[in-house]
Design a protein around this ligand. Structure first.
Ligand SMILES: *[C@@H]1O[C@H](CO)[C@@H](O)[C@H](O)[C@H]1NC(C)=O
Ligand SMILES: *[C@@H]1O[C@H](CO)[C@@H](O)[C@H](O)[C@H]1NC(C)=O
Ligand SMILES: *[C@@H]1O[C@H](CO)[C@@H](O)[C@H](O)[C@H]1NC(C)=O
Length: 656
């Protein structure tokens, strides 16, 4: 099965040679010129006046290596699907207040952000596009796609018509929609529909003025294609503007009941499931979620025969790179936090690494059975090669204490500041990663206690004179103890001896901002509620160190010391290994099961997080992220480093 991939031209020849008489999708719908887009003015969809059922699959360009966009799109088309749906994340496209990145903006994520390139690739792969443009997207993505710098202004009330929020929304959407307008179907492009907001019927804010304002902005900036909303039909019309925004349904089961409810709300109009769940995502410490082929088949088939158009959420999940996973949150105090894993495999028809599954074949078969419109589809592309490279030893280490002692721009502050409040990144604050609060010159008597009030956001390590004194993560039960978010007003005992001129570090990790529910104040680090007391006396005058792990920063770290398995020191620290590869640079997975908790950085790029509690044990490392020759793998481990980095050909989930 695992053949080396041939040239694109040869693949195209193979793909189209077999059924050469059929028109492509675009030929079928546009060869006589384009006069109209996707229409819902009759009980079925038409595109340019011709009947169409949208066989759609969701995949997110920002969760897929750009070098593989074509591969994943062709796999989608080869399954008979005719549409790809993607969210568009505001936080990546406007990483700083007023500065945008659509592929060349200079952020560490820029290679993923060539949205125009993705749209062009979709069209070239003969696929239509649904643009789920937000501004809020949920998506199990960091703060539902909102940029963290919005948190610097306390007036901002996300997902409402509040004025300051809407000013930022309009500035972003004016930029985004002006770019997207030329890719609309009636302008000769691939986009047949735009989704406004997301599951707004679930939002505690319930502000119809806001939805109307969004509608007006889409219209004002030249969007002429169909505008839709997506909600569970159980929410009625809470998330939409009836007659103005076309409503679609989200569900994982009971298709007949829920499509029936949608039909009652929009009689005489076609039906679409914008999210029919092909699987599900994982939070850390859960069991890996799977959804059986049988249940997906039953409910997909019942949806198609209802009849309805269906977007499979997800067709291909991909990866929450870097620090970009979202979290489920409970009440506003962070006590109910449940961060999502870096893998967004989703148990979807294509795996995180783009492999076919039995669900893929099943979906392909159903579309062949039910789609009456025959167009040219390519052969499923060959698998992309993947291997378990031989393990590589950790050869260098750099303790967090060493990093802090050489830190160029720590920030002195009389009080603690949250990440977002830091005067960095052109006054956009710190978005992601870790932050350290340091006290110097402390006198700490034996058996002193340190108390942090409130619930921490999100994990805390305590160092005294550079040495970790808080516990390693031993199981997810530790989330109830000091160092994690569930406990209110947590306390730790600092030393058993008297110390003078001591240094205390509080190292805090942002494990992902909430992506749904009550998500106003998703600030991280030490926030308003978090006061720090030493033996009952509040501490002030801090040195603050933002640890963002930006590529440029990680690459220029110096002072590494050589180690082998016998001289490895405990965390927190950075541990380096070198992977040498040849021109082939095949995909692989890093097997982190022998490490405890941290993040992996490859050639400066933060690949994602690991935690031995799982379910995720491996991190997907796409071949294109490697370079021929030596590749630096740097691991930030909180607690217990392993002596080597192992690789695996396949993803590993533990099912605790
Ligand atoms: C379009 O679909 C409708 C509903 O299934 C059907 O009645 C109509 O005949 C179709 N039109 C064409 C041209 O196939
Ligand atoms: C964004 O930048 C503008 C102009 O510098 C400033 O007035 C505004 O307060 C900033 N907004 C936030 C949320 O930081
Ligand atoms: C935590 O401390 C605050 C005062 O700082 C107090 O109001 C609150 O009741 C305490 N909570 C618990 C669970 O002890």
């Amino acid at each position: 099965m695992k053949t080396k991939f041939s040239t694109l031209a040869f693949q195209l020849f193979l793909a189209f040679a077999s059924s050469a008489d059929l028109p492509t999708l675009y030929q079928y719908y546009t060869s006589d010129g384009i006069t109209s887009g996707l229409s819902v003015d009759q009980p079925y969809f038409t595109l340019n006046g011709k009947n169409i059922t949208l066989y759609s699959g969701e995949m997110h360009y920002f969760r897929i290596p750009p070098q593989y966009w074509r591969d994943r799109l062709r796999k989608l088309r080869a399954a008979g699907l005719n549409t790809v749906a993607t969210y568009i994340p505001w936080n990546l496209h406007e990483p700083r207040n007023g500065s945008f990145d659509f592929g060349s903006g200079g952020s560490d994520m820029e290679m993923f952000l060539d949205l125009e390139g993705f749209l062009a690739a979709a069209q070239e792969e003969d696929v239509l596009v649904i643009a789920r443009s937000g501004p809020y997207i949920c998506a199990e993505w960091e703060w539902g796609g909102f940029p963290s710098w919005l948190l610097r202004d306390e007036n901002v009330k996300v997902r409402t018509s509040e004025e300051t929020f809407m000013r930022y929304v309009e500035r972003y959407l004016s930029t985004l929609l002006s770019l997207l307008a030329k890719y609309q179907f009636t302008n000769g492009g691939p986009i047949v529909a735009f989704q406004v907001e997301n599951e707004y019927g679930n939002s505690p804010t319930n502000d119809k003025v806001y939805l109307q304002q969004l509608y007006d902005i889409f219209k004002h900036y030249g969007i002429v294609e169909l505008l839709v909303t997506a909600d569970s039909p159980k929410r009625g019309t809470a998330g939409t503007l009836p007659g103005v925004l076309f409503q679609t349904a989200n569900y994982g089961s009971y298709p007949v009941e829920l499509l029936g409810a949608l039909e009652e709300m929009q009689p005489g109009q076609p039906l679409m499931a914008m999210e029919f769940y092909s699987g599900w995502f994982d939070h850390w410490s859960e069991s890996h979620h799977t959804k059986s082929d049988g249940s997906v088949r039953r409910d997909y088939e019942a949806s198609l025969t209802y009849p309805a158009s269906v977007n499979l959420y997800m067709f291909h999940g991909g990866t929450n790179w870097g620090f970009l996973n979202g979290a489920t949150i409970g009440p506003g105090d962070n006590s109910g936090l449940a961060p999502t894993t870096s893998s967004y495999d989703y148990n979807a028809p294509l795996t995180e690494a783009g492999d076919y599954t039995s669900k893929y074949d099943m979906i392909k078969g159903l579309i062949e059975q039910y789609n009456p419109i025959q167009t040219l589809t390519p052969e499923p592309p060959a698998l992309i090669e993947r291997q378990a490279y031989p393990a590589v030893p950790i050869h260098s280490q750099l303790s967090l204490n060493d990093i802090l002692s050489k830190f160029d721009d720590s920030i002195p502050s009389s009080t603690t500041l949250s990440m977002e409040q830091l005067p960095i990144n052109d006054n956009s604050g710190q978005s992601y990663g870790y932050i350290v609060y340091r006290q110097e010159g402390l006198t700490i008597s034996a058996d002193s206690t340190l108390t942090i009030t409130g619930h921490v956001r999100d994990t805390v390590m305590i160092l005294v004179d550079g040495v970790l004194i808080s516990n390693s993560l031993s199981s997810s039960d530790d989330f109830n103890n000091f160092g994690y978010w569930r406990l209110e007003n947590s306390t730790i005992s600092l030393t058993s001896t008297d110390l003078t001129d001591a240094t205390l570090d509080i190292v805090i990790e942002n494990w992902g901002r909430g992506n749904s529910g009550h998500m106003y104040r998703q600030v991280k680090g030490l926030v308003e509620d978090n006061h720090v007391y030493l033996n009952g006396q509040e501490l002030s005058s801090w040195l603050i160190f933002p640890l963002e792990f930006k590529s440029s920063w990680t690459k220029k770290l110096t002072g590494w010391s050589s180690v082998d398995s016998t001289s490895l020191s405990k965390g927190p620290g950075l541990y380096k290994a070198t992977l040498s590869v040849d021109e082939d640079r095949t995909d692989t997975f890093l097997d982190m099961s022998e490490w405890n908790k941290g993040v992996v950085i490859v050639n400066g790029f933060v690949l994602g997080r690991y935690a031995f509690i799982g379910p995720q044990q491996t991190l997907y490392l796409p071949g294109p992220f490697l370079q021929p020759g030596d590749n630096e793998i740097v691991i930030f481990e909180h607690f217990e480093p392993a002596a080597e980095v192992k690789f695996s050909q396949d993803a590993i989930f533990n099912n605790l």
